[in-house]
Design a protein around this ligand. Structure first.
Ligand code: ARG
Length: 494
């Protein structure tokens, strides 16, 4: 392969003979760009994350250029070999990234020039960085979205395992952070399994709207060349080319949907994290985080801090911020591409990494957290948690609910004033509060019955929760299987 010598500041030669060396637009310019401007406009420090997608795209584009007769077989071979060699360099971590070459697209093209010489100039035939970057981003998002969906199902798997273990662990369910009614820990964690299930579905759904390839839209108005847009779309795993060239280069709603799904998932993780923080406090004492998922204090020797869930909670702020950033970035832009759009990438990369890492550490923290069933049971034994059940005993006797609520409210006040257990009231006493209380009212309102009586779909009864666990388990299994299958169909899959 012919090689051209490396320059000192920038490697690309200004073949057009203009005065902006190292830029593909040198012909039009009399002066080189100011170094501060070069630094200000460069994106290579972050968009190098797109390298493998950019190369996949360039390979597909090259094959299409040949198939349509726009380049010869020799040209195709040279370009493909050059691109493969660059892919290896990037994989091995010795690609010479050059900030003077602005972004990943120009870095790759300049390097290709060094590897294959003049023919490298044919790679950009019928292509603009505008349709190129829009397509790269969709390819990146497709992988990030699949990974997020997988991570969510894996976390659900961990929650389900722990839930099965704690089918008979009872704790108070809370509203307003006040003890409300008893629930099984399995039921409590199944709530998060549901949330993460919807989060996973949001990512799957979001991918269905990334089915059109922007490639071939050019800078904004398409191309005069006989490109085959169907061909590149298919090769890159899209269903079809995009319908409108201006939309294709201007829109970032796929990224917005991804960021929105990531923000929602992070908010759910944050709520779960918050509970681990609360529950591991001395005040609750419901759980103890494993040493591997806690840190100590540099000052106070007795401390064991829940930094992992705290940081998950903290990092959810970034995910929310990233969504807001991109919404704000896009909102005032006239069609079509504007350089502002270069700022779309960091929020996307950051949310993808934040969600991925948060899912990993939360799965680890939950798999290893030690549960204190006795502490939970103690809290759940608070007889006041049965007040609703006493009211429902009356309802079963035909008493209007409002009237039952009022009667039990008075009972509760009486018990608080006299420091009594709701369950210890004698039959006669109960009937003072409402004459329709049956003789066995106190047996009817018990912790076990409170759980078991709630056997409607979505409730706390043992069988109901067991069925919910089985259903969720089956769902996780089948979704992970489809993701494996989707993965094996992806372009470039082994
Ligand atoms: N680095 C640019 C971006 O990420 C690539 C597109 C540049 N296009 C242009 N017309 N300057 O948006």
């Amino acid at each position: 392969m012919p090689k051209t010598p490396r320059g000192t500041t920038s490697r690309a030669k200004d073949s057009a003979g203009g005065a902006a060396p190292g830029t593909p637009w040198g012909g039009r310019f009399r002066e080189a760009v100011d170094p501060t401007v070069a630094r200000f406009t460069a994106s290579i420090d972050f968009d190098r994350a797109l390298a493998r997608y950019d190369l996949t795209l360039s390979r597909a584009h090259t094959a299409m250029l040949h198939r349509t007769g726009l380049i010869s077989s020799e040209d195709e071979r040279a370009l493909t070999e050059g691109l493969d060699a660059i892919a290896e360099e990037i994989e091995a971590g010795d690609f010479p990234f050059d900030a003077a070459l602005e972004d990943i697209h120009m870095n790759v093209e300049a390097r290709l020039g060094e590897k294959v010489g003049r023919v490298a100039g044919k790679l950009h035939t019928g292509r603009s960085r505008n349709d190129q970057v829009a397509t790269d981003l969709l390819l990146y998002l497709r992988d990030a979205s699949t990974a997020a969906e997988r991570g969510l199902h894996e976390l659900r798997g961990v929650l389900l395992e722990r839930a099965v273990e704690h089918l008979d662990t009872v704790l108070p369910g809370y509203t307003h952070l006040q003890r409300a009614q008893p629930v099984r820990l399995a039921h409590h964690w199944l709530a998060f399994v549901e949330m993460f299930g919807r989060d996973a579905e949001r990512f799957a759904d979001q991918r269905t709207r990334m089915r059109n390839s922007p490639l071939g839209s050019g800078a904004l108005a398409g191309s005069t060349l006989p490109l085959d847009r169907e061909d590149t779309a298919r090769a890159l795993g899209f269903e079809a080319p995009s319908n409108n060239s201006m939309d294709a280069v201007a829109s970032r709603d796929a990224a917005l949907e991804f960021l929105s799904a990531a923000a929602i998932a992070m908010v759910h993780l944050s709520r779960l994290a918050e509970e681990l923080v609360l529950w591991s406090s001395a005040e609750f004492g419901f759980v103890e985080l494993a040493d591997a998922y806690s840190t100590g204090s540099s000052l106070m020797p007795q401390k064991k801090n829940p930094d992992v869930p705290e940081l998950v909670r903290g990092k959810s702020a970034r995910a929310i911020g990233n969504l807001v950033s991109l919404l704000t970035l896009v909102k005032g832009l006239p069609l079509t591409y504007n350089r502002d759009l270069q700022e779309d990438k960091e929020p996307v990369f950051d949310s993808a990494a934040t969600l991925r890492d948060s899912l990993t550490v939360m799965a680890g923290a939950l798999a290893t957290v030690e549960v204190r069933p006795e502490r939970m049971r103690e809290a759940a034994n608070d007889p006041m948690l049965l007040a609703t059940d006493f009211a429902e005993v009356l309802v079963a006797q035909g008493v209007p609910f409002r009237e039952a609520h009022e009667a039990v409210g008075k009972m509760v006040r009486h018990c608080i004033e006299e420091d009594l257990d709701l369950r210890s009231l004698e039959r006669a006493k109960l009937q003072e509060f409402h004459s329709d209380f049956p003789d066995d009212a106190s047996q009817l309102a018990s912790l076990e019955r409170a759980l078991e009586q709630r056997s409607l779909v979505g409730g706390t009864a043992r069988d109901t929760v067991t069925r919910a666990l089985e259903r969720a388990h089956e769902h996780v299994r089948s979704r992970l299987e489809s993701l494996d299958e989707e993965n094996s169909r992806a372009p470039g899959a082994p």
